[in-house]
Design a protein around this ligand. Structure first.
Ligand code: AKG
Ligand code: FE2
Length: 296
């Protein structure tokens, strides 16, 4: 859920804590323990040696940057984001705004092929990059969900991952683009509107099961150190990692964990707030957001 912004963006509320970076190629029982611990402590972690090839990521990056470099009128031909299509500055359904522009897609390969004609001058290239990326990240998502289920000693450890393998699942693939800003390191600016205007994507929790993020080598993502409804906790910046994917446990998975047999692991039943600040962006940022949304 995106909450009302502008949220406080004062640099003094920021603390540098390292979020866990988990090597998925390490010994399985060790990986499982790290995933469970990261979910308990942060609900946010990064994974390396994830099996998604560099080629798949760079191909997607080229196609994404190519789309956002187009004139506004051409981008709008992809249709308004209702929910699939191009959107600019409006995020979510409660009127929150940020400097983000985005392209929202489903994950069904046929629908991606159909939509590509309104998105790209080379639709085959675009749809093949997106479908290759979605297929690889779906595999990663399945692996992470299976690790979680095993760690929680669920009898059928494929219980979550089976749902996203279903072709009719309603997961979302979203490309976010944040423009570069000038004078981005002026931390001493005392004008509150200066800070408020630098929100790329306001403070929110993700409504779905799991979100898997990949960004180019640009910072800006911050995660709240504590789960709460108030103004407690500090913002923890997540520095860009050249190869890692960032994994974020969403509201639905937290609620499931809270009200089900997994009660002991996520006692809060709430996902972590996070946001994107342009304050830290010296160059444009592109982020691929894969959201697992399915509920059957
Ligand atoms: O663009 C990003 O880095 C994160 C966006 C995000 O949090 C979201 O789409 O839910
Ligand atoms: Fe999010």
């Amino acid at each position: 859920m995106v909450v009302a912004s502008p949220s406080p963006t004062h640099p003094e509320n920021v603390q540098f804590i390292e979020l866990p970076i988990i090597d998925l190629s390490a010994e399985r029982s060790k990986v499982i323990n790290l995933v469970i611990k990261a979910c308990e402590e942060y609900g946010f972690f990064e994974v390396i040696n994830h099996g998604v090839s560099h080629g798949i990521i760079t191909r997607m990056e080229e196609q994404g940057l190519g789309f956002f470099a187009k004139p506004l009128g051409d981008k709008q031909k992809a249709g308004p984001a209702t929910p699939f299509g191009y959107g600019c500055k409006n995020i979510g359904f409660n009127g929150d705004v940020g400097a983000v522009e985005y392209l929202m897609l489903g994950t069904n390969s046929l629908s991606i092929v159909e939509r590509s004609y309104a998105i790209s001058n080379d639709p085959k290239m675009f749809s093949s990059a997106v479908n290759g990326y979605v297929e690889a990240v779906t595999g990663l998502a399945c692996e992470i969900l299976e690790l979680m289920a095993e760690g929680l000693r669920v009898q059928d450890s494929s219980v979550f991952s089976k749902m996203i393998k279903d072709v009719d699942n309603d997961s979302i693939f979203r490309l976010n683009h944040y423009p570069p800003i000038l004078c981005s390191n002026n931390n001493n600016n005392k004008d509150p509107s200066f800070h408020a205007n630098k929100v790329g994507f306001g403070e929110h929790t993700d409504p779905q099961i799991l979100t898997i993020l990949k960004s180019n080598d640009v910072g800006g993502l911050q995660v709240k150190s504590q789960v709460d409804d108030g103004d407690h906790g500090v913002w923890v910046p997540v520095p860009p990692h050249p190869t890692a994917f960032c994994v974020n446990v969403g509201d639905i998975l937290q609620v499931w964990f809270h009200f089900s047999i997994f009660f002991f692991i996520f006692p809060s039943g709430k996902a972590r707030c996070h946001r994107i600040l342009l304050f830290y962006l010296k160059m444009g940022k592109i982020v691929f957001v894969y959201r697992i949304k399915v509920i059957k």
